[in-house]
Structures are given as C-alpha cells and as structure tokens.
Write a protein that binds this ligand. Structure first.
Ligand SMILES: [Mg+2]
Length: 371
C-alpha cells in the first residue's frame, strides 16, 4: 500500500513502557539522584539492610544444608527489591508478600528468627509482633499468585474506610502468567484501588526461563490490558527501585489508582534448597548475572561518592555475620511446638474429621528433637 492510499486501519491506542535506572552495574551514577539518595546516611542504611539480609540468607541455607532447617527459598541477588519495599512503604500500609521478600519483612518488624521458624514448619512464625508494621501484613505466600487477588480485598477496605493506605502485592515473574494476576489488575483499575503490584522478575520460574514462560516483551506491559500504568525498574539498583516504589505508593495514596512495577533482577541461588539449578541453567549466565549484583553495585557507587571505605565494609561484614549468628541462636532457643499446632490455625471451628485427627496426635509422644 502506498503512503497516499487511504487505510482501513487507524491506530486507536499506543503505549510505551519506561525503565528507570540511576546507577549502572559498575556503580556509575547515570542521572541526578533522587533527594533521599543524596544523603550518604540513607545510602549506608540501604546498604546495611542488604548486607545483613544476605548474611541471614546465607545462614538459613547453611542451616538447611546441615539438617537444621526445612526447605528454604533464598533471596540471593534480590536484596535490593525487599530493601526498597520495606523503606518505601508507610507503617500502616499492608504488605502482601511472596517468598524472597525477606528484607521488606525484616524492615517492617518480622524477626528474622520467625522466618527461620517458618521454614521449619512452625505455625508461630506467622504471629508477627504487636506494635510493628508487620502486625497487619500478610505472611508470605508460597502458592504462586494466589495472594494477589487478596490485595484487592485489602485495598478495597482502605477505600471503603477512606484511609490513605496502600496495599503492596509482591509476586514473581511466574505469577504474572496466572489468572490471579490478571484478575487482580483488572479489578484494581475498575475500582480505582490503592494497590501497587510489584513483580520481582528474577528471570526464572523454578526451572522455566523467562522466555519460555511468556511471550510478552516486558512483564510491566501486562498492566496495560487492565488500564493501569506499568513500568520497569532495574531491580538491582536499590535507589531506582525505592524511587519508583515511593512514586507509585504516593500516587496510589493520593487516589490516583493502582500501578504495576516490574523490578528486573536475577535469582542468583537455586529456586529453593530442594532445587539444583545447575541441571538447567548455564554457568556463564549465572556468572554474568553476578556482575549486576545489587550489593556490589551500591558499594561501588558509595565508594565513588566517598561515603564508604574498606574499614566500613569490614566492620559491617562482622556485624552482619554476628547478627546472622544471633538469629540462628534465637531460632534454636525456641522450643518446638506440639504436633497439634498444625490444626490450630486452619479453622475458627475445626471440622469433626480434623478434630478426631487432632485428638489422635495429642496422644502421640511429644517431639524429642531440636529443630
Ligand atoms: Mg521467578
């Protein structure tokens, strides 16, 4: 068809998806930093949280490998997203997390030993402490994506009560291929709810690579079908991730409706300790991903800005290792709960059949082993 021919088709809608990054993988500052990042103390604070989270994560894996913890999902490589989330959210917002959002949970008051208890199968791990923001958060969801529509209920309650609060629903890349995600995105816009959908795109859904999971060019664009703004951020740049989250939270709080943020990152560990990614992932891909490590990136950035030294690093490494060890000791100090506990958080009134099973386990010998 020549340029002058009339066309039966016209463009009725066009979209673009933006990506935000302030600091590149080498730690070079690419654009003027947001105000919070011009304060060296804020940079050090974010760095400290990421390093401590990694130390605790490493300890959890070590405990699992030595038979002292159940299956564990590591957040290695994704520390920036949790850190940015925990700092960006207000205390009375509600976090509806996926697993691997540990840093956000720690910042909101979940004791790290509770996270260890969770992976040891202890029901008490989800009793978050009174007086902390985590108290009204959800425990993280192991089933993929089923928690995302629940964020709609939370955000709808905020709207009904006219409260300036925001629900943050965190999920992985795999969850965005599920109906739950699309249903939530669609309803969030229809009801103009204060909810932020935060996707940690770590490139793998267990053993399924991103490219085989969805043909979408970005995951952020999955927002567009629901009429919601969707954007990408470099999820290994903690400054950028915090910036876009704070912007989305402020918009949602101001009544401007929901947002989808795709934080692009990489899962540097196996899916869980029950997985061995060497069976399906090329070694050079992993090596390449390590060059974009969020901790290394912020450290290089701070060193360039003159607010981090070798002595600072050594001191923090020692503090983080001591904190991880203290978490392990606090976990060991908890007496195992009785086996009937598995029944006690499921129903307000236990069905008869389960009641009989509960009575049966109560006659069993008490647990003899430590964690
Ligand atoms: Mg994933």
């Amino acid at each position: 068809m020549s340029e002058t021919s009339p066309s039966a088709e016209t463009t009725v809608a066009a979209f673009d998806v933006r990506m935000t990054r302030f600091v590149d993988a080498a730690g070079t500052v690419l654009a003027p930093l947001p105000a919070f990042a011009q304060d060296p103390e804020e940079l050090r604070r974010m760095y400290r949280v990421m390093v401590e989270t990694r130390a605790i994560d490493r300890k959890a894996v070590a405990l699992q490998r030595t038979g002292q913890l159940g299956t564990y999902a590591s957040c290695l490589g994704q520390e920036a997203i949790g850190t940015a989330t925990g700092i960006a959210m207000h205390a009375d917002d509600v976090l509806i997390p996926a697993y691997r959002d540990y840093a956000a949970q720690f910042l909101r008051g979940v004791p790290a030993e509770s996270t260890f208890l969770y992976w040891a199968g202890d029901e008490r791990s989800m009793h978050f402490p009174e007086g902390t923001p985590s108290r009204h958060d959800f425990p993280f969801s192991v089933p993929i994506g089923t928690h995302i529509p629940q964020a709609i209920g939370v955000a709808y309650a905020f709207r009904l009560r006219k409260q300036p609060r925001v629900a943050v629903a965190a999920c992985g890349d795999g969850a965005t291929s599920r109906g739950d995600f699309y249903e939530a995105v669609s309803s969030a816009k229809v009801w103009n709810l204060p909810v932020v959908f935060l996707i940690s795109n770590n490139q793998w859904a267990i053993s399924l690579p991103r490219a085989r999971q969805t043909g979408a060019q970005t995951l952020a664009q999955k927002a567009i079908a629901g009429g919601i703004p969707g954007e990408q951020v470099d999820g290994n740049d903690v400054i950028a991730t915090r910036h876009v989250l704070e912007r989305a939270l402020a918009a949602a709080r101001a009544g401007e409706g929901p947002r989808v943020i795709e934080a692009v990152t990489y899962r540097l560990h196996d899916h869980t300790t029950a997985d061995d990614a060497r069976r399906y992932r090329a070694e050079d891909e992993l090596e390449d991903a390590w060059t974009r490590c969020p901790i290394k990136r912020l450290r290089a950035c701070m060193a360039t800005l003159g607010c981090w030294s070798v002595a600072d690093e050594e001191e923090l490494e020692a503090q983080a290792a001591a904190r991880a060890e203290a978490v392990a000791q606090a976990y060991f100090a908890v007496q195992p709960e009785m086996p009937q506990a598995i029944f006690d958080s499921l129903y307000a009134t236990l069905p008869t059949a389960l009641g009989a099973q509960r009575a049966e386990v109560m006659t069993a010998p008490a647990p003899q082993t430590e964690h």
